[in-house]
Design a protein around this ligand. Structure first.
Ligand code: KG4
Ligand code: ZN
Length: 349
């Protein structure tokens, strides 16, 4: 059985062909970084227009790499939540058209569940039930994952997502877009203790929420003070820049690791799965692995190539297809995140 999966939730146009045995026959991800770089962040209207231009060539190339024709497909899957409304609609329209023309079922993918499913896919092991930590540009949340399609929200950021904070702080430090990877590079060799930045809610051991906007402001004040001065225009010495980056990164990592461990203890599950773009961060991966060893937690972090958005993690569609969870052709896009127990097609509780 072969499923074509499409991913257009944010700024990557991606497609993959996966089998029911979770083999990846072909995969293509077209990045839009070059288009958004000059704005220092994703411009939703540019993202949706670029998806429109790229989606068909990306699908063609994916099928070519998989060595199959459209008629060989058994189903088509698409991430329909959460994400940017205009971006989601492009993937959705392409998937519905293929489902209609080929006479095959349409399967909905929840992008957040897919980020955790990347751990299942890459490890080849049963990882559920587990605690799931999703850290990306749009989300920072902890879930009790009873199964691949059954998530209960435990806590989330009350303001910025961790990836968003990485991107904005990188821009304050004059580092190139996309911010996460360049901030990680800048932090190498920096002193993570040089600045004592705030770590929200760490003194509230039961609370499973995150907050990164105060941290972001603290970096801004450290660079440029509270006035109107643009931090990106301040010439920082390389040493200072490295120390600021390392201290910021350490504060984010401290919060993510601490709250993930609290969730594991509260929920009473000894398995932790971590996915999303920020899960590619080397310092986060290192600290998670140290703490998991210490606390004897089975840790699954998505491999770096499956952390940032891709269509391979859409292999979660295999689970829904197997369960006969097919969608009508009026399936909608749901931009908002899942707040409670959710299925892919009806996400907002
Ligand atoms: O999962 P993703 O591709 O898109 C969303 O679903 O949001 O995550 C993108 C985010 C961006 O904010 C990017 O800066 C961040 O992941 N990111 C990183 C690293 N690589 C990507 N953040 C920190 N360290 C990294 N190495
Ligand atoms: Zn994502």
């Amino acid at each position: 059985m072969k499923i074509l999966t499409l991913e257009t939730t944010c700024d990557e146009t991606a497609a993959a062909v996966v089998t029911d045995r979770l083999e990846v026959l072909g995969s293509v991800t077209a990045s839009q970084d070059d288009l958004h770089r000059r704005f220092g962040g994703i411009v939703p209207e540019i993202a949706s227009r670029a998806h429109l231009e790229r989606i068909l060539p990306v699908i063609d190339e994916t099928l070519r790499r998989a060595g199959i024709a459209p008629g060989d497909l058994d189903a088509v899957a698409v991430a329909n939540t959460p994400g940017l409304a205009g971006s989601l609609l492009v993937g959705l329209a392409a998937a519905k058209t293929l489902a209609l023309c080929l006479g095959i079922p349409l399967v909905a993918v929840n992008h957040l569940q897919a980020h955790i499913y990347a751990c299942r896919l890459a490890s080849g092991q049963e990882v559920f039930p587990c605690v799931g930590l999703i850290v990306s540009g749009g989300h920072t949340s902890l879930y009790r994952c009873r199964g691949p399609l059954d998530f209960e929200l435990l806590g989330a950021t009350i303001d910025d997502a961790a990836g968003e904070a990485f991107d904005k702080v990188a821009s304050m430090l004059g580092l190139p877009y996309p911010g996460g990877p360049s901030l990680q590079r800048a932090a190498e060799g920096g002193n993570p203790q040089a600045y004592r930045f705030p770590r929200a809610f760490l003194n509230d051991p039961k609370r499973l929420d995150f907050s990164f906007s105060g941290l972001k402001t603290a970096v801004r004040y450290a660079v440029a003070g509270p006035g109107k001065l643009d931090p990106a225009r301040i010439a920082l010495a390389p040493r200072e820049k490295a120390d600021l980056a390392a201290s910021f990164q350490e504060a984010v990592v401290d919060c993510l690791v601490a709250k993930a461990l609290v969730a594991v203890r509260q929920v009473g599950l000894k398995t932790l799965c971590v996915g999303g773009g920020v899960a590619a961060n080397a310092r986060l991966r290192q600290r998670l692995s140290e703490e998991a060893d210490r606390e004897r937690i089975a840790l699954y972090v998505a491999p770096v190539w499956l952390c940032t958005d891709n269509a391979v993690m859409g292999a979660i569609a295999v689970e829904r297809h197997r369960a006969g969870m097919h969608e009508p052709l009026d399936l909608d896009a749901f931009p908002g995140p899942i707040r409670t127990r959710a299925t892919a097609s009806k996400p907002v509780g």
